[in-house]
Structure formats: structure tokens, C-alpha cells
Design a protein around this ligand. Structure first.
Ligand code: AMP
Ligand code: MG
Length: 488
């Protein structure tokens, strides 16, 4: 069978990859296939829920038209620069043009060693594969730009970590895998032409509207800033903590990528972080907007030679652009948060209103997701749902009076507002304890039912299902803080 590959990266960016072959999987099994995503990719992809599909998703056959390659990139990891990272455990099969005429990467993750593997085995264990499947698909359903999961496969091979684990491969779909780190890689070569070729390719692929612009590289920088700041504002609006915002994990397209130690918070705590490798909390929830600017400054550095012949002029222009990121981010965040509380047109005082709510939530450690969801229920008379999230109801009751007054300045405090807010504020998110349970059952007992169940809830996050409390409630408070692991 021929798949509709059309591989521009392999053709146009020859300095940015090495051709690679996937390892064989001993006895692969298809754990999950994403039929609705396959449909987007084209009719031939829909047929891959089959033995032939399993051959492809396990790396045991490379489909006709694919040109498997591993991409080169650099990256600042926790602030320290690594000049050569690259796909140490991933393989780009190629690109397809989907039914909406959008070019998308098809990548295998966990398919074996590449020239970028350094000391690693190029493999992934099944746990992180299932985790990325769940969370990336949940993010998509929450309307957050993200890479997608097309298939999860168990390889039948052992992967050695602290203990022996079952191996897995994820087939990932992305609008591209070009990262800030890809530009840093171009920059380390010292060859301006490489930076120009990569920039032109990226503009053509992601920001076509600026192709003809006179100052296209400045506009390119601004467009990437815009995409990334809107993305982070959306993360903040759903209590998502990425966990490894290294420059090699920040895409030029503005999609969320690399679901390693990420997590959603239950009770609101702006300083929270979960990653076991983030000892200082560099990538804590409330630091994400600061790291956004820091990463974009690293991106800007790579574009200096393209902006102006005079280096100082370039630096001045880019510095001015970087200094405006914070303000633009604040506006994007305010829009996200206002919509969450039912405000359409932002007015003076709305920022204070939102911050007052967050302050109460923080002091009472109220559940981030449920507070916003139950604000909607409050409107239709289910007041206790919200009030019960707070030990001390005095402050929240006072806030509600101000909120209701504010809403009534612009519209009605009625059922239609409730319905609107319920389309923005999810009821079901991949809560850490539910994800852990689903993965534990899958790995220790080969019981995939909790995984499939959870996937079905988090991919319909706004639609309430009768009698589903176990999927809505936060984890019980324990002495041991929840930690996530990078999962390689
Ligand atoms: P990540 O944590 O996915 O952002 O990966 C950071 C870097 O480590 C990337 O260059 C990966 O390709 C590489 N890497 C992660 N896990 C492995 C592994 N098991 N084998 C080889 N390289 C790896
Ligand atoms: Mg990465």
C-alpha cells in the first residue's frame, strides 16, 4: 500500500538530519489506534488499524514513500547549553498533506538508536508512550495546540531502566518538529546561510502570510512569539505544567511537544511543579511565562544575522521585540482567564477580579479545574458544588457577589452563560492519580481498560457523564507529594 508521503524536510534541509533505520520490534501489539486522527490524514491512513499498520507503527517496515530520518538540534536544558542533542530515540518517517491541505510530520518515538543517541538506547518504555498518548489527546480536546498521537504499540522487547520495563513506540503527528533548538543548531554552525534556509523553510511551512513581507525575519520572530505566548496562556488557563520547557522542547509552530514529566495541577498552587529532575522548580507553573520570554530570547539570538547587516541594529530591534512579550502575554492570559469566568469584553477591574479569585483559591488550595467548572454550575442554582470546594465560604461568597455584578454589566447571569462557560471549562482532565492508575494497570496486569476509559473521558472533557465522580475529583491529600519522571 502506498501512503501519501511528501517529504519536504528531507529535500530542503539536508544539513539538519541523518537518515536512520528503526530497530525491529520482536512481537509488537497495537494498543491504541487513533481513528479520527487517521481520517484527517487521508483514506489510506484509516486502513492502518491492521497487520500492515502494526508493521509500520512498530518500525518493522518502512512504508513506501517514507524517508526515515533523525533530526539534529541543540538545546538549553535547565539553562545549560548542549550544542548537539537531536532525535536520540525518534525517527521522522516523513510528511503527509492532510485532508485540510496541512503538512504534518509522522514520527516514531522509541524506535531505536540513532546517531544522536549518545549513551541512550533509543528506546521508550510503554508507560511514557501511553502517558503521552493520553495527555496529548486530552490537550487536543481542550483546544490547546499540540502534537497528536496516532498509535501506541508495545514492542515485545524489554527496556532496561532502574528496572526491566516493557518497550513501546508512539507514532506522533505534528505540524512540524522544528524547535527553537533547531535554530540554535543552525546558529552553532556559524553559517548564516543555514539559518536563512531554516528560517525560510519554517516561514513557508508555518507562517506563509509573511512570505512576501519586506522585513520577513522580524515578522517571523514576532509570529513565533505570538504563537508561543498564546500557547503558554492556554496552558495557564487549564493548570498545565509542561515540566521541561527546554529550548529543544519549544516548537516554532507553537504546538505543545514532548510530554515527559508534565502534569495538571489539582489544588491551586502557583509554585507547584512535579518533575523529579527539576530540583529548583525552574519550570514551576508560575514560572512558565518567564521561561517563555527566556526561551524566545535564545531564539532571537539565532536570528541576529538575518535581521540587519549591522549587528547592533539587529540586537536593538530584537531586544525591543523581546521586551514586548510580557505585555502581550499578559493580555493573552487576561483574555483566557476572563473567558473562563464568563466575561467576553474585558473592562477595567477584570484583572483584579480574576486575581482576587486566584488568591482565594490559593489560600484555600481549591481545585483549579473544578472551581471554574462549578462557577458555571453556580449560575444554574447548583451553588454547593462550588462552595464545598472552600473550607471558608466567606471570601468566595463575597467574590461571587462582585462577579455576578460584573457579569450583569455585560449580559445575563443565566443558563446560556452557564452553557457557554461549560464549553470552556473542562470537567475531566488527566488527573495525576488517574493517569498513574491507568498506566499501572496497563503495565502490571496488561489491563488496558482503565487507560481506554480515562482516554474516553479526557477526550470529551466538557460533556458531563452521569455518575462519573471518580473521574472528576482531585486525588486525596497525602504526605507524599506527587512526582513525575521524564520517562525515556
Ligand atoms: P526529551 O527529554 O525527550 O526532551 O529528550 C532530551 C534529549 O535526550 C533528546 O535529544 C532525546 O532524543 C534524548 N533522549 C531521551 N531519551 C533517550 C533514549 N532513551 N535514548 C537516546 N536518546 C534519548
Ligand atoms: Mg525533547
Amino acid at each position: 500500500m502506498e501512503l501519501n508521503f511528501d517529504n519536504s524536510f528531507a529535500k530542503e534541509l539536508k544539513d539538519f538530519y541523518e537518515f536512520t533505520k528503526a530497530d525491529r520490534s520482536t512481537s509488537p501489539k497495537l494498543i491504541k489506534f487513533n481513528e479520527s486522527l487517521a481520517k484527517e490524514l487521508g483514506p489510506e491512513w484509516e486502513k492502518l488499524k491492521s497487520d500492515y499498520g502494526l508493521l509500520i507503527f512498530s518500525g518493522n517496515d518502512s512504508p513506501k514513500g517514507s524517508q526515515p530520518l533523525s533530526q539534529a538540534y541543540s538545546g538549553h536544558q535547565f539553562g545549560g547549553f548542549s550544542p548537539l542533542l537531536g532525535d536520540g530515540r525518534a525517527l521522522l518517517l516523513g510528511e503527509v498533506i492532510d485532508k485540510d491541505n496541512i503538512r504534518r510530520d509522522i514520527q516514531l518515538k522509541g524506535s531505536g538508536r540513532t546517531i544522536f543517541s549518545r549513551g541512550g538506547d533509543g528506546k521508550s518504555s510503554l508507560g511514557p508512550v501511553l502517558r503521552e498518548y493520553l495527555i496529548s489527546e486530552a490537550m487536543h480536546s481542550l483546544n490547546i495546540p499540540t502534537t497528536r498521537a496516532l498509535a501506541a504499540v508495545s514492542s515485545g522487547d524489554d527496556v532496561i531502566r532502574e528496572k526491566v520495563l516493557p518497550g513501546g513506540i508512539l507514532t506522533r503527528v505534528a505540524s512540524s518538529h522544528i524547535r527553537v533548538g533547531t535554530f540554535q543548531y543552525a546558529s552553532t554552525t556559524g553559517d548564516i546561510e543555514k539559518i536563512r534556509v531554516l528560517s525560510d523553510y519554517s516561514i513557508n511551512r508555518h507562517y506563509k502570510n509573511i512570505l512576501q513581507k519586506k522585513e520577513k525575519y522580524i515578522e517571523f520572530f514576532e509570529a513565533v512569539c505570538e504563537s508561543q505566548l498564546n500557547l503558554i496562556a492556554k496552558w495557564m488557563g487549564i493548570g498545565f505544567i509542561h515540566g521541561v520547557m527546554n529550548t529543544d522542547n519549544m516548537t516554532i509552530s507553537g504546538e505543545t511537544i514532548d510530554y515527559g514529566p508534565c502534569a495538571f495541577m489539582d489544588r491551586y498552587d502557583p509554585n507547584i511543579f512535579f518533575s523529579s529532575i527539576d530540583t529548583q522548580g525552574r519550570y514551576a507553573y508560575s514560572n512558565q511565562p518567564l521561561i517563555l520570554s527566556w526561551n524566545l530570547a535564545r531564539f532571537a539570538e539565532t536570528l541576529i544575522p538575518l535581521i540587519d547587516k549591522n549587528e547592533q541594529n539587529s540586537i536593538d530591534i530584537l531586544t525591543q521585540k523581546i521586551s514586548s512579550i510580557r505585555d502581550k502575554y499578559e493580555k493573552a492570559w487576561l483574555k483566557v482567564m476572563s473567558e473562563k469566568i464568563g466575561i467576553t469584553k474585558i473592562q477595567d477591574g477584570d484583572l483584579d477580579l480574576i486575581n482576587e479569585l486566584l488568591d482565594i483559591m490559593k489560600n484555600e488550595r481549591a481545585d483549579f479545574t473544578l472551581v471554574f467548572r462549578y462557577l458555571a454550575d453556580f449560575i444554574i442554582g447548583k451553588e454547593n458544588l462550588l462552595i464545598n470546594l472552600f473550607d471558608n465560604s466567606k471570601k468566595i461568597n463575597k467574590w461571587i457577589i462582585n462577579w455576578k455584578n460584573r457579569i450583569e454589566k455585560e449580559g445575563k447571569f443565566d443558563k446560556s452563560l452557564c452553557t457557554k462557560m461549560k464549553k470552556i471549562n473542562p470537567l475531566y482532565i488527566p488527573r495525576n492519580h488517574l493517569v498513574e492508575y491507568a498506566l499501572d494497570e496497563a503495565l502490571s496486569k496488561e489491563n488496558y481498560k482503565p487507560f481506554y476509559n480515562l482516554l474516553s473521558f479526557v477526550t470529551n472533557p466538557y460533556d458531563e457523564v452521569f455518575n462519573s465522580e471518580e473521574y472528576t475529583l482531585p486525588a486525596p491529600i497525602t504526605d507524599k507529594p506527587y512526582k513525575t519522571f521524564c520517562g525515556t
